[in-house]
Ligand binder design. Sequence first.
Ligand code: PLP
Length: 284
Amino acid sequence: PIAWFNGRFQPLEEIRLSPLDRGFLFADGVYEVIPVYQGHPFQLEAHLDRLDYSLDGIRLPNPMSRQDWREMVETLIQGNGGGDMTIYFQVTRGADHQRDHGFPGDDVEATRFAMASPLPVLPERIRREGARACLVADTRWARCDIKSIALLPNVLAKQQAREQGADEALFHRDGELVEGSSTTLFLVVDGVILTPPKSHAILPGITRDVIIELAKEAGLSVRQEAIPLSRLSQASEAWISSSSREMVPLTRVGEQPIGQGDPGPVWKRLQDALVKTSRQNRSE
Ligand code: PLP
């Protein structure tokens, strides 16, 4: 596969990174993941806006213009066959001459990396029965709205889920559901779609925004509000969403089934709408 490193397109396996890179030493960087359908990136501008937001959040100037980002993504898609894929990219604060927590001088350039990967395929069991989640205490930092490459709590939570036979870990904090380890959480309670409001506690999901828009277009009511853990037992449906996995129905949390324990009609309706809108060859 063709990847991209500091402005150059080259095979992924030929890319070499300094051990002094601050991404490696401090996880001092941010990233994005963009889905591509039939060669067309979905919500590219929203992802580039969020990249700017994350870079602002860690006080790292964007090393490239918006147009340069667009062209890089386009070339990477074409260089990898132009079908369905995800584009991952990250920016770190570069490689200094020594290990020092404080920012390096202006002579140190940000490290820029991007690669294409296949879109993950949903296992047949999840497609049929929906996904299972486990609950994990949210021990992350107070700026989860920044898409930071520091993902250790997310890594540990996902592994804990795996070891418990679950597909995703749902973070909870102060008696409230927050989000998945790499997904946004939605519940349906009394016919109303609920998802936590944007705040420093969650990543502002791009898919989240699209789903809320589609729900409103479909005349469904959506409330962005805190979700106490007790809501789980009242929910008729739940799902998780992300750029690479769209909407995945959540039919069990721990030992507890959600609703009837099957993928529900609201999920189905909105997932169909999401597939439709994301395959319309639009890039914004
Ligand atoms: N929340 C977390 C913690 C994530 O890592 C992600 C995506 O990776 C999401 C939510 C979903 O965001 P998006 O829909 O922009 O992919």
